[in-house]
Structures are given as structure tokens and as C-alpha cells.
Design a protein around this ligand. Sequence first.
Ligand code: ADP
Ligand code: MG
Length: 326
Amino acid sequence: MRAGAETWEEMRKFVFEKAEMGLPFRVSVYAADEAAAQAGAAAAFARIAELNAVMSDYDSDSELSRLARTTGRAVPVSPALWTVLTHAHLFAERSDGAFDITVGPLVSLWRRARRKQELPDAALLAEMRGRVGFKKLRLDAEHRTAELLAPDMRLDLGAIAKGFACDEALAVLKKRGLPRALVGGGGDMAVGDAPPDQPGWRIEVAPLDVPDAPPPQTVLLKNCGLATSGDIFQRVEISGQRYSHIVDPRTGIGLTDHSLVTIIAPDGMTADALSTTVSVLGPERGLKLIEETPGTAAHLVRQPGAKLEFRESARWRDVPKVGAAP
Ligand code: ADP
Ligand code: MG
């Protein structure tokens, strides 16, 4: 620590919010002076903006979009994109393609279906499924290149990039001597060292805005990632059936399982990807994957019928919680 380093009493918490990647991001940081906190948060937000310029699938100029236009050619990839692509590949392999960043064409088709409140046309669905599949994205570790093997592919990092952005923003804060920080955006967050004199950051898990919901658990986290994803809140109804914005790559259709999956993992990117993966896999296969993945824990809320169901992985019980015996 620096000479004359802050004692805990001198530190204060500062919270900053900024829209990045199309959603509000939040930086909470403990610092001795406001100027340091402000400069740190500005640098953290700048890093998120930088990553958006790499990974956005809306921005036709992003590195990701440019990569999507290079079918049949091995293209060098920037370090950040390489990290995300290789991890995405790992999650795709481990989930048998339930998690799949090549799902872009199906996601677009599904977005249109949701808007029109009409299931996609079968022929179109079959065509799009032909453009999807994680094995159609070849990654060469030696040369750090990516190659799209099928025409008209579209990569979608919507289920992994936000968690990675939180990790990177947190790393920026740490490098600036601000390790007691939390970065969150949407349902994703990365947490650093604990707040002064506390065992961890207090995070409410999956608070449900429904009448029969039990009070939410509050977990105490440090140096890890947390992500929540699912369709209890984001869904559309077509002919009496409710569908999620998460697409099952095997069918090309939104999930109908109605779940809310919260994952705690060593970092934000892993939590983000696994929350989507477990949503697609469902409770049995999903929890099995979590048990097999070191350092991860899962909390699931499902609503298959009228009643809510709760499931937890084994490691979830060991996560420190407010009000629980230590
Ligand atoms: P949220 O968008 O609420 O943070 P997720 O982290 O689960 O939720 O990400 C969902 C997004 O990921 C979708 O909007 C879509 O862009 C993309 N996606 C949908 N289905 C899949 C899938 N099976 N595998 C990977 N990405 C997906
Ligand atoms: Mg996710």
C-alpha cells in the first residue's frame, strides 16, 4: 500500500451510472477522495465503451460485425475479442451447443417473430439453422485468428460480453488503486475486494415481483462475478404460449421454461455465459454442469405452472449470506 494509505474510516463509497452497451452500467467504488473515484469510474466506463466498439452486433463497424463479413478467410482477432471467442467456444462445447454465439441468425429471426407475435416460418427457420453452429466458427490458437466456415453467419455476444465488460472495468479500477469496487450492467456484475470492514458486497438475488415469492436471499460477495438471466421478466406471448428472449439453438425458438437463473462464478464473463447456458439446459442438465464447473454456484427460480419452484446447486449453500450462520 502507498505511504499514508487510507484507513478504512477515511474511505467513502461513490456510485456512478452511465449508459453503455445500450443499458445503464453502474460503478460503485470505495475511495479516500472523490476525484480519484471519479477518474477511476470515467476510465472504467471508457473501457466498457471501447469493448462495445469491438463486440457490438448492432454497430456494423465493430470488430465483430467486420469479422462476420469475412466468410472463408482466417482473420486476426484483437486480444479482448479473442478472450471472449475462446471462452464462448468452451461453453458451447461443454453445453453441447446450448450456449452458442453463432446463434445470431436465429436471434434476429426470433426478434422479428416476437415483434409480429407470430412463430417463424418453418422454411426460414430451417434456412437460419443452417447458418448456426459453434463448429462453423474456427479458432486458430497458434495464429489467433477466427474463420467463419458458412455463409451469412452472424455472431451475437449478447450473453457473454456484458460480463466480460464488467470484469475489464473492474480491472481498470484495480490498476488505479481502487480494488474495493463493483461494476454492474443489466443482470451482470463483477465485484472486487469487499467494502471496508465488511465481509463482502451485499447483493440481493432474484427479487421476484410476484405475490407468493419468498423474501430474496442477500449474498455477500467479493472477487467474483454474478449474473442473472432468464425469461420470468422478458417474454412474449404467442397463441397463449410464453416465450423467452433466450433462444434454444437446437430449435431456433425462444425458451418456454420460464426460469430465472443466477450464477456466481470466479469472474463476470463466466457467470454471464453460464446463466444463459443453464437457462437453455434446464435445471437437471444445467445444475449438473454447474456441479462440474469449479468455483461456480447456481440459484434457479422456475415457474413451470402457476407455482414458483426454487433449486440450488451444492456450492450455493456455501455462499455467504446475510442473516445466515457463518
Ligand atoms: P440478458 O440479455 O437479459 O442479459 P443473457 O445474458 O441470457 O440475458 O443474454 C441473452 C442474449 O444472448 C440474447 O438477447 C441474445 O442476444 C443472445 N442469445 C440468445 N440465445 C442464446 C444462446 N442460446 N446462446 C448464446 N447467446 C444467446
Ligand atoms: Mg448471460
